[in-house]
Design a protein around this ligand. Structure first.
Ligand code: BG6
Length: 368
């Protein structure tokens, strides 16, 4: 059932091109983005004036990634909130608020309770979910199903990529309802998403050196992850994977925060993973990250840099360089997350841990 792979996680990492492609399938009719179960009219979508994404764990990170695209595309304010915090702080909700509840299982208690709270406050709820007929979509006004297929590994991989994809579809659906994007722009963005499975495939072919790297840093005490813009939530996800799988201290930071604290952690030999944006599409951010890489390298860090192929400005500062195919800036997390999944899995394997079933964790947490 693992289809020749050593673990479910390895299999699920390899299934990511299909997870993205299958999630896109059927959601564009040639002219418009189509959601799955839409008990919400286009006129209701049009009056939305604020979006919350609520979720836990990796699903929460998928929301943090999507915030950049949804705000950019729709000009709506988007807040991303941990489901376990959401209802305890009296969030400002009304019938023009859209709450996007992201959950692989559709059964996570924290997320379900956030949905119920939102509905009691008359907010509209849209579920992004991988499990047909589960509780969260049943209690929502609209659903976008991620078609990642069953995910057995406790640490989310293919479901995470599918969640980002589905969240982007929600952003495009809102943009088309609000008229902040013309039909041809929506079509172009959908086309760009459709090209991602190929880039994911190419990325998967580049990972043997990442596995070697994982083996060589498996005895580190800690690893830091840095990123900016959409690379920031990718850094958080990379750190979460390492905590979950390898029981290693790992933290993700916004690279701009480095000098406000985290740089004090940097010591000789500490592996620091830096997710850098494209120098072509994000030149300013790229140059800021370049400075961050130099800052940590100057303090003895072992720099592991995720960059875009052909970017030779970063090579001199990367002790280890992972070059990924060029994709549009907002879509980069769909490729840059993958080496971080593989790195965490390989470190965990080298340490002798069960990467499908990490200690103390459950696939679906149905208590608050
Ligand atoms: C955790 C899982 O318990 O729940 C994570 O270990 C997952 O992998 C998180 O991201 C949220 O789960 P779900 O099903 O709501 O997406």
């Amino acid at each position: 059932e693992k289809g020749g792979f050593a673990t479910f996680m390895d299999k699920e990492i390899a299934e990511q091109p299909a997870a993205v492609a299958d999630t896109l399938r059927g959601h564009f009719d040639g002219t418009r983005i189509v959601l799955d179960e839409q008990r919400l009219g286009e006129d209701e979508l049009r009056t939305i004036d604020k979006v919350f994404v609520v979720a836990c764990g990796s699903a929460y990170h998928s929301g943090l990634v999507a915030k950049y695209a949804i705000e950019h595309w729709t000009r709506l304010p988007v807040e991303v909130e941990l489901a376990s915090e959401f209802r305890y702080r009296d969030p400002v909700l009304d019938r023009d608020t859209l709450v996007v509840a992201v959950s692989q299982s559709g059964e996570t208690a924290d997320t379900l309770e956030a949905v119920r709270h939102a509905r009691r406050q008359r907010a509209r709820v849209l579920a992004v979910c991988n499990t047909n007929g589960s509780q969260i979509p049943r209690e929502s006004d609209a659903v976008v199903y991620t078609h990642a297929g069953p995910e057995v590994g406790v640490a989310s991989t293919k479901a995470f990529l599918a969640q980002i994809t589905a969240n982007y579809l929600v952003g495009l659906a809102l943009a088309q309802a609000r008229g902040t994007k013309y039909a041809d722009e929506v079509a172009r963005d959908f086309q760009a998403l459709s090209e991602i499975p190929r880039a994911v495939e190419q990325t998967l072919e580049l990972l043997e050196p990442v596995r070697e790297l994982g083996r060589s840093i498996a005895d580190s005490k800690a690893v830091l992850f840095l990123g900016r813009h959409v690379g920031f939530p990718v850094a958080l996800e990379g750190a979460l994977k390492l905590k979950e799988l390898a029981y290693m201290h790992a933290e993700g930071f916004a690279a701009g925060e480095l000098k406000h604290g985290p740089i004090a952690l940097v010591e000789e030999g500490l592996p620091v993973v830096v997710v850098t944006p494209s120098p072509k599409s994000m030149p300013l951010l790229h140059s800021k990250l370049l400075s961050n890489i130099r800052e940590v390298q100057a303090r003895g860090a072992r720099t592991i840099v995720i960059g875009e192929e052909g970017d030779d400005t970063i090579a001199p500062f990367a002790d280890f360089l992972i070059e990924l195919p060029r994709v549009p800036a907002l879509l980069q997390p769909l490729v840059s997350t993958i080496p971080l999944q593989v790195l965490a899995a390989e470190i965990a394997r080298t340490r002798g841990y069960d990467i499908d079933k990490p200690r103390n964790l459950a696939k679906s947490v149905t208590v608050e």
